[in-house]
Design a protein around this ligand. Structure first.
Ligand code: TYD
Length: 235
């Protein structure tokens, strides 16, 4: 592969997908490969990535006393969720994403605004317009050049997140495992998130690349690099 990456200046990539689709493995592998190829890479994740952002993440996810993982009815109000994710994003953009791009780095962000459309619009049912407003407020139009969607049946993704008892998974009895309270939303919720992602990707194939998350991390990394090389050559 002719090395277009070592000359890359300020490229913004995001990784999207449902629960357990392997975004963090892909961001680590892709970041390592790009570094090997001579790029300066910043990897970040949402929500989080800054001191304040990690505190906001903990406020949402590390609060088992209040948001019992086995009881989705105690999850936060959807507008509150929208504002907390937006606040964390605003700080991440200001502290990490913009300065990294200005310094000519490649930024790989594990989740970005499309997560908010997927989860808070398609999943929770908040209006598109409301989310668009929050997104504009936080990003001032800063969007990734390429977004990789790791597509997977939520049943498999949730299983990967360690939810062990499939019989109990979507019933009323006790649930086991999981990462955070969103894992315990209904299967219908996760199906809406997945089809929302696919709908967004279908509308803008210039920005999105859909990847089958059943593939191995190294295959996914190779496909992502090929897509990036195509994009960079077209610039
Ligand atoms: P995380 O533990 O990072 O899970 P994952 O490995 O799936 O990314 O949790 C992030 C959770 O927050 C995930 O369930 C998606 C959700 N989320 C939203 O609902 N809206 C958002 O805007 C963002 C950034 C995340």
């Amino acid at each position: 592969m002719s090395n277009v990456f070592d000359k890359t200046r300020g490229l913004f990539l995001s990784l999207e997908g449902g629960e357990g689709t392997g975004k963090s493995s892909l961001s680590t592998m892709l970041g390592a490969k790009l570094t090997e190829l001579g790029s300066d890479v910043t990897i970040c994740r949402e929500p989080g990535g800054t001191v304040l952002g990690e505190r906001l993440r903990n406020a949402l996810f590390n609060n088992p006393g209040q948001y019992k993982w086995e009881n989705t009815s105690s999850s936060p109000d959807p507008r509150t969720e929208l504002l907390v994710f937006s606040a964390a994003r605003s700080q991440l953009i200001t502290e990490i994403i913009r300065p990294s791009l200005d310094a000519g780095k490649i930024v790989i962000c594990d989740r970005y605004v499309d997560s908010t459309f997927a989860y808070q619009h398609y999943g929770r049912g908040l209006s598109y317009e409301l989310i668009d407003k929050a997104v504009n407020l936080t990003t001032s139009g800063l969007m990734p050049s390429i977004t990789f969607l790791l597509d997977l049946d939520p049943r498999e993704g949730l299983r990967r997140h360690g939810i062990e008892d499939q019989m109990n998974l979507f019933g009323d009895s006790e649930r086991i495992g999981g990462n955070n309270y969103l894992d315990f939303e209904s299967l219908d919720f996760h199906d809406r998130v997945r089809s929302g992602y696919l709908e967004m990707a279908a509308k803008d194939s210039n920005r999105w690349m859909v990847l089958d998350a059943n593939m191995s991390p190294s295959e996914l990394t190779r496909l992502a690099l090929d897509r990036m090389a195509l994009y960079l050559k077209s610039k």
